[in-house]
Ligand binder design. Structure first.
Ligand SMILES: [Zn+2]
Length: 199
């Protein structure tokens, strides 16, 4: 690289790192530039059009491939973000439902514009959804097994659940209830997807 450009980039990006790549964004659908100014691409390699991150784009791509009719399906997303896949689903899917958990508020009610749902004790009827999505949520669950059990219960036969989970070091908010109900810090790097068998 030209030494002058290298010097300028070094001043703009103090970490001495930046990365640009052009391509098609599965979230906003635009031809765009993806840009990162840190080597932690998971949380910095954004689409310059919609701000989506790699994990959101990956999930959007998989969803489109496996459920080309996703716009017609009943989709539940727990704790959505305002960008990326969540924003895409909100605009394109009339049957998309966002939920957040507000402890202390009545479950199933609308609170601050969201249906109040505890992922581990949902008020939805069995087989309510075609697709359930969580993005960087499971690492905050106290009982991830219970959350997955509830997701399976609320999925229709043949439905699917998609999620990603943070590989970050444990934070104060991360944890689950271990044996005897004791809080246990966790560090979850990845889960495989789950689905309900048809029939
Ligand atoms: Zn985009």
């Amino acid at each position: 690289m030209n030494s002058v450009i290298k010097k300028i980039c070094g001043e703009i990006f103090p970490d001495g790192f930046y990365f640009v790549h052009r391509g098609q964004c599965p979230c906003c659908g635009k031809s765009t530039a993806f840009f990162a100014k840190t080597s932690w691409l998971r949380d910095s390699f954004i689409c310059t059009q919609c701000g989506s991150l790699p994990r959101e784009r990956a999930l959007a791509q998989i969803l489109k491939e496996e459920y080309p009719n996703f716009r017609d399906l009943k989709i539940h997303e727990s704790s959505p973000d305002k960008r990326g896949l969540s924003a895409m689903l909100k605009v394109q899917c009339p049957h998309y439902l966002e939920t957040q958990f507000f402890p202390g508020e009545p479950r199933g009610d609308i609170v601050h514009g969201f249906r109040n749902e505890n992922l581990e004790e949902q008020t939805f009827a069995d087989e309510s959804f075609d697709i359930v999505i969580t993005q960087d949520v499971m690492e905050h669950a106290y009982n991830p097994a219970k959350a997955f059990s509830e997701i399976c219960r609320t999925l229709k036969r043949g439905g699917g659940s998609y999620f990603h989970s943070s590989p970050d070091k444990p934070k104060p908010a991360n944890g689950c209830l271990g044996k005897g109900g004791r809080r246990r810090e966790t560090c979850v790097s990845a889960f495989p997807g789950i689905s309900r068998e048809p029939g």
